[in-house]
Design a protein around this ligand. Structure first.
Ligand code: NAI
Length: 699
């Protein structure tokens, strides 16, 4: 039962109990309405405390109602009733008071929070905004700046920040938040405190004219490019400044209907569910016992090994890291220390936290020190022989149950697993650089990997703050295999007449963090060059790589040498179109007999992304991904594909349309041959027979 009233003297506590996070379901809303009515009518009750059982105050709307639409009473009705209460109401906040939960708190007269409590309005991350009067109440209560920050970023604020802004009124001085709230309510009664109603508060409009909002919009323009939801948040705060509350909520209601129907909101909600789904291995019992991972070994303290180590120690899991010799080890540990020191300088960690983390990492050059590890991740050079040698040695040292993972970008995990006695414990754990920051962990299921090992590593990905997604064992797995067509087309387009800066601009405007050509300059174009040295030519297109190879041979390796495809001013990362590169491109076009032409922006989108998506369809058809949505998760979290487009597969189906994509791929096949442009059989089947990507689930 929701909304049970407990009386403590003249204070009535309205209890909500809807585990696990007190989502504001229909039953909660109805219970609240009934409780409010009876508490108002009860003469013994002079003030109320709104309290929750469990681990948090209401943490948001009930997302399962998103699809069907909420049944009455609506959240707004509940908040109207709260805010009209003739008796004072204190909200007792703890845990994560997010979204609708915080809007409920805004409908109360006073808010007290536990010390560790957080408040937040994360709706923008689902492509919408707080649509139960939050956009109009919060700026009135806590000011325009704080409201903009909370709503537009979607990130939570601590109780301390919230108190400073006035979004809450007090931080509890005792553990038990409900006791503290009851005391606060009594104190307010004793002081004859007014019924503070957020909708009756006024904002002084003077500092918040057009110029202020123009400036704010400019400040977020780069980060929010292409997105609709942040602008809706800003315009509603502007409304709160300029219009009376009743007018403001009318606008809010109008806009929320528009926002709910926005394809961007649908895409972001798809991503929200996709992320949770990606963590599940199909067909496994929910209660299957998983292996415990308490200590981790890492082989190689280079770029990746160091970052991977930080991901574990940041989450309290001790790591032993092994290098070839003392010198390489010291260098690797030194980089980790430097990374933490620079974070500490920026105020992200205290010195003590840095020391605590560094204490969790032990360096070694002896495999014996890895004997007790529950999991060992190999991050040595990208070379099959070296990797096999590492796994053979591990096979002799660690226990038979120790999970063995490779962080390889391309190499065949099945082959690596052949040197190990129990290959069911071998899999790929493909991190992204910088590994301590990037959210994706692509988990490669080899032929013999056991479901238990897979599920254990998926769970572990969450423990270390990553989003795990499972890929099958094929060249480049999901992410890098799809990337190859994307990069190839970008380079071929340059050969055919698009300037590198045109290609990069179009990809950036699409929503990618950077164009792929500038990206290669950042990573170093010698990486691809070296990779190709040991690679079969069937994996790449010599016309697409010709320019990069000439640049590398000239010593133009990218930003690190001050020049790559682009030129760079010393100390400046802004790419400048280079006459040298232009000349090489012209030579290449002549060499391959390519007639350069004007290339449209649309062609750049189609060639780069349709090629990428076509590979995605192949991966799904071959069973290399469990579901299309896993591919979306890989691309969003590992490669920066804009989440508001839902990921490449969602975009293919819901924005471009499968038939249109297939048509264009067939046209490309006619124009450029079918070496790279073979329409995926799955795409062909879906267009021919109908059906949705959503219904495809591999085992
Ligand atoms: P790196 O060259 O920075 O580091 C490799 C480290 O392994 C070096 O410190 C080296 O001394 C050490 N090492 C080599 N052989 C060893 C052995 N037998 N025993 C112990 N240590 C040994 O290379 P990076 O970039 O960290 O790459 C490592 C692996 O991660 C490669 O397989 C690479 O393909 C993969 N990877 C790299 C990414 C990147 O962006 N750099 C992204 C994802 C995966």
């Amino acid at each position: 039962m929701q909304g049970v009233i407990e009386k403590r003297g003249n204070i009535g506590i309205i209890w909500i109990d809807n585990p696990p996070v007190n989502a504001i379901s229909q039953a909660v809303r109805e219970g609240l309405m009934t409780a409010l009515a009876s508490a108002s009518a009860d003469d013994e009750i002079q003030a109320m405390v709104l309290a929750c059982k469990g681990r948090t105050f209401m943490a948001g709307a009930d997302i399962s109602e998103f699809a069907s639409g909420p049944k009455p009473p609506g959240l707004t009705e509940v908040i109207d009733t709260l805010s009209a209460s003739p008796k004072l109401i204190v909200a007792a906040l703890f845990g994560t008071t997010f979204g609708g939960g915080f809007e409920v708190a805004l409908g109360c007269n006073y808010r007290i929070s536990s010390t560790s409590g957080k408040i937040g309005l994360p709706e923008v991350k689902l492509g919408i905004f707080p649509g139960a009067q939050g956009t109009q109440r919060l700026p009135r209560l806590a000011g325009v700046d704080f409201a903009l920050k909370l709503m537009v970023s979607g990130d939570p604020s601590s109780a301390q920040e919230a108190l400073a802004a006035g979004a809450i009124d007090r931080i509890a001085d005792k553990e038990n938040i409900v006791e503290a709230a009851v005391e606060y309510a009594k104190e307010l009664l004793a002081d004859n405190a007014p019924l503070r109603r957020t909708h009756e508060m006024a904002i002084d409009p003077a500092p918040f004219g057009k110029e202020f909002f123009d400036g704010f919009r400019k400040s977020i323009a780069r980060k929010t490019r292409g997105m609709n939801a942040p602008e809706r948040c800003v315009s509603l705060v502007e409304t709160a400044v300029n219009l009376p509350f009743t007018e403001g909520i009318k606008q809010e209601r109008q806009l929320i209907l528009e926002a709910m129907g926005d394809p961007q909101a649908k895409a972001l909600q798809h991503v929200f569910f996709a992320e949770r789904l990606a963590n599940k291995v199909p067909g496994l019992p929910r209660d299957m016992a998983l292996k415990s991972v308490k200590t981790v070994g890492i082989i190689g303290a280079g770029t990746m090994g160091g970052g991977i180590g930080m991901s574990f120690i940041n989450n309290g899991i001790p790591v032993t890291i092994l290098e070839l010799d003392k010198e390489a080890l010291q260098k690797g540990l030194g980089v980790i220390q430097k990374n933490y020191d620079s974070s500490a300088k920026k105020g992200r960690f205290t010195e003590a936290q840095v020391a605590e983390r560094m204490n969790l990492i032990t360096g070694t050059t002896s495999y014996d020190d890895l004997a007790d590890a529950d999991l060992v991740i190999e991050a040595v050079f990208e070379n099959m022989e070296v990797k096999k040698e590492v796994f053979s040695t591990l096979n002799e040292i660690v226990g038979p149950d120790t999970i063995l993972a490779s962080n390889t970008s391309y190499l065949n995990i099945d082959e690596i697993a052949t040197v190990v006695k129990n290959p069911e414990r071998v899999l790929g754990m493909h991190f992204f650089s910088p590994a301590n920051i990037m959210r994706l962990l692509e988990i490669v299921r080899a032929e013999k990997t056991s479901p238990e090992v897979l599920a254990t590593v998926l769970k572990l990905s969450k423990t270390i703050g990553k989003v795990g997604a499972v890929a099958g064992c094929c060249y480049g797995f999901i992410g890098n295999r799809m990337l190859s067509g994307y990069g190839r087309e970008a380079n071929l387009l340059v050969l055919e007449g698009a300037a590198p800066e045109q290609v990069d601009r179009v990809l950036y405007d699409f929503g990618m963090p950077m164009g792929v050509i500038a990206m290669a300059d950042l990573a170093g174009i010698d990486i691809g060059y070296r990779l190709r040295q040991g690679m079969d030519e069937s994996h790449y297109d010599i016309q697409a790589t010709y320019v990069a190879d000439r640049l590398v041979e000239m010593g133009r390796l990218g930003q690190k040498t001050g020049a790559g495809t682009y030129d760079y001013q010393p100390g400046n990362r802004t790419p400048i179109p280079s006459p040298v590169t232009k000349k090489i491109i012209a030579e290449a076009a002549e060499k391959f007999g390519v007639n350069q032409r004007r290339i449209s922006d649309d062609e750049i989108i189609e060639r780069c992304f349709y090629s990428l998506c076509n590979t995605g369809f192949d991966l799904l058809d071959e069973g290399m991904a469990y579901r299309a949505s896993d591919i979306d998760i890989v691309y969003i979290n590992g490669y920066g594909f804009p989440a508001w487009r839902g990921g490449p597969m969602h975009w293919a189906e819901h924005t471009v349309g499968l038939a249109k994509m297939l048509d264009s791929i067939r046209n490309s096949a006619e124009k450029f041959g079918d070496r790279w442009w073979k329409p995926s059989p799955l795409l062909e089947r879906l267009v021919r027979d109908g059906g949705s990507l959503r219904d495809i689930q591999n085992q």
